[in-house]
Design a protein around this ligand. Sequence first.
Ligand code: G3P
Ligand code: CA
Length: 280
Amino acid sequence: MTKYWIGCLLIPFLTLSLTSCGDMSVSEGSQPRIEKEHAPRVIAHRGANEWYNESTITAYQIAAETGVDSLEIDLRMTKDGELIAMHDETIDRTTNGKGKVSDYTLKEIKSFRTLELDNSKVITEEIPTLREIMETFRDTQSYYIETRLVNGELAMEEKLIRLLEEYQLLNENLVTIQSFSEESLLKIKALAPYTELALLFRKGSFSLEKAREVDFPVIGIESTDVTQKIVNELHKKGKEVHVYFIDKQTQKEEQQRVMEYQVDGYFTDYIHFTKEILAI
Ligand code: G3P
Ligand code: CA
């Protein structure tokens, strides 16, 4: 049975009962310790990638129907300057093609198909553009979009902001932009000063001093770098701490560990699990 169909079967049931979706049990009788209005953000990492090909329209639709705070979207730029949803620099891992996104035009990118990763080539779907995602969800969802430099250049920021303006998403405060590139975030800030920005730190490269001093309201940290002290210090500076996970094997344990520190957001690959442990 594919991940998608497992997800389809589980969603209605879990929506009603919020019973455990994973192999890690949560202690019976655990109480919600976080008020609804202060609940951490559940950010669907690359869509509902637990159940469907990551970063596809369907993966985002499943996440939206499951109920999350934001849809997380990684951006890459094609040779002819179109923004698409793709995490990796190449299309090798997630599609039936090979090569760098930046070496293909959009028309060429559209000739490839994403693949279902865990059950090998059962489900296929095309790679979406950011515009197609915006067109699908418009202002019904919040977006947590990751920018990056393109061959060392600030190439995607203006296109991104123009697109968000076209769909009137900036006015509605429905967008957070995240990046490992401070330069990229500063460009976004110049173009759209009121957009919420999140500076990401790579695993093992977190600097509390840097995180405290930058003028961004959200700091994104890889889970194994997160400590209670870091969260407390950033909260004192009025910043939110959003946590991402690079090891799916330990992600559930890590989510429970950082929950104890009262972090403010989870880039989750396990939406139901995260909602369950947060009791939201
Ligand atoms: O966007 C936060 C988190 O997604 C960073 O990790 O490599 O999955 O983009 P990555
Ligand atoms: Ca990302």
